[in-house]
Design a protein around this ligand. Structure first.
Ligand code: ACO
Length: 428
């Protein structure tokens, strides 16, 4: 296969090297384009054809529906691993040994307190505040209580910042929910596993012994694993680009949370359940909503459908669909919106509009149904996504700093006014 690509512009031919990744993905390296062409640039809105980096963390093939973290198939990880092992392997490159995992967890536990003054910041939010906004703000506020900069050349400092964030983030997420519900804050219990402790911080009542069904923790663990990384999506690219200015880890993650919040990204899980509820309230007529989704004059989109990269199926959606049936069955819950979701999926998969555009259910289509079965309020769904995505963001930020990537700074094609004379306000 060719290892060079040639571009002809203004009668001049310029050659560029073609690089090949470990899964044979190919890319034209245009690093020298502007210099060689006299300032010509490329334009690619939404970066649909642009690779922003080389990365060894996550591989996905959207045509074949493949997703792997560090070379491990998502199906295997979801079935056999736990979230902390997956987090470790994303961040440090290899699955941990039993000793490494124990130390990692112990180090996280040792950092799992949050400065009492953080409560004053939390108190300042109105109860109506969305937990994603609260989480983003509190993550940013953590900077004030922890060293602002990390010497990325020091393995020790990098490790310490990572462990602090993995420890404190679940506390902040749980507090964001408790604030909304006017419930007393809970500091968790370090004798519990990472995910169980998160659940305790969210749901323990001050006057009752904390008890949880194992099926709930297992389902939560699986959902967190499925969300743990997804290469250069909107929020991860945000984390990398913010970090590329050498902003600290916590500041970069806080920006990633804001990017995740949008309904076209992580916010879709909340939007899906609201859509399914609206369809139910409206008599469950899925055909009506399918027609709305296809009508270009109607802004309605079938939330939880379509993906920038998956043009076959989203392997996470397949796992989550089965898990939704399992979890609801184990917990003895019947949710009418699960049937509406299955009905919509069935119709979409045989509808030429969706088939032609390769629109399949994505990770968010069934996840909200499980979150709801676990008693998680709708406004917390995207926070749950952020909790899962945290190790991926950290791994990507770490990789970007270790590879000493340059500051992210795309070009543009200016389409505004040419030079014009300034007129004083009295003359306009
Ligand atoms: N419902 C109806 N039509 C859709 C949908 C949808 N959910 N998604 C895409 N389309 C249509 C578009 O209107 C467009 O049609 P056209 O070619 O006739 O103009 C075509 O399919 C291609 O869509 P784009 O928006 O160009 O695709 P893009 O890759 O830019 O967007 C996205 C992907 C944002 C995920 C989109 O499919 C969408 O908005 N989905 C709904 C929101 C959602 O579920 N987001 C979660 C994604 S997963 C995640 O971030 C974790």
């Amino acid at each position: 296969m060719a290892d060079k690509a040639t571009l002809t512009i203004d009668g001049q031919s310029i050659e560029f090297p073609v690089i090949t990744g470990s899964e044979n993905e190919r890319a034209i390296n245009i690093k020298t384009l502007r210099g060689a062409s006299g300032g010509v640039t490329t334009i690619d809105p939404g970066y649909k054809n642009t690779g922003s980096c080389e990365s060894a963390i996550t591989f996905l093939d959207g045509e074949k529906g493949i997703l792997r973290y560090r070379g491990y198939a998502i199906e295997d990880l979801a079935e056999k691993a736990d979230f902390l092992e997956v987090a470790y392997s994303l961040i440090f490159g290899e699955l941990p040994t039993a000793d490494q995992l124990e130390k990692f967890h112990a180090d996280i536990k040792a950092e799992s307190h949050v400065d009492e003054d953080m409560k004053k910041i939390l108190d300042g939010f109105p109860k109506s505040a969305h937990p994603m906004g609260v989480l983003s703000a509190l993550t940013s506020a953590l900077i004030a209580f922890n060293p602002n900069t990390v010497n990325v050349d020091s393995e020790e400092e990098m490790y310490s910042a990572i462990v602090k964030l993995l420890a404190k983030f679940p506390v902040l997420a749980a507090w964001a929910m408790r604030k909304k519900k006017s419930q007393p804050l809970d500091y968790g219990d370090n004798s519990l596993g990472y995910v169980e402790n998160l659940h305790k911080m969210m749901f323990a009542k001050p006057n009752e012994e904390y008890k949880v069904d194992r099926a709930v923790i297992d389902a939560l663990d699986k959902l967190l694993i499925l969300h743990a990384d997804h290469e250069q999506n909107c929020s991860t690219s945000t984390v990398r680009i913010v970090g590329s200015s050498h902003a600290g880890l916590f500041a970069s993650i806080s920006a990633g949370i804001s990017a995740l919040w949008g309904p076209l990204h992580g916010g879709a899980n909340q939007a899906v359940i609201e859509m399914l509820e609206a369809i139910k309230e409206d008599g469950g007529d899925t055909k009506k909503y399918m027609a709305k989704a296809k009508d270009k004059a109607d802004p309605f989109r079938l939330m939880g459908f379509g993906h920038r990269v998956y043009k076959n199926f989203d392997p996470r959606a397949r796992i989550i669909k089965v898990a939704a049936d399992d979890v609801l069955g184990q917990l003895g819950i019947e949710d009418p919106v699960l049937e509406i979701a299955k009905g919509l999926e069935k119709e979409a998969l045989s509808d030429p509009y969706f088939v032609d555009r390769k629109l399949y259910p994505n990770v968010d289509f069934y996840s909200g149904i499980i979150y709801r079965a676990l008693g998680i309020p709708v406004e917390m769904f995207t926070v749950m996504f952020a909790l899962g995505r945290l190790p991926g963001w950290i791994a990507q930020w770490k990789e970007m700093r270790e590879r000493k990537e340059p500051i992210g700074r795309p070009r543009q094609i200016y389409i505004g006014e040419n030079l014009r004379d300034f007129k004083a306000v009295s003359d306009r």
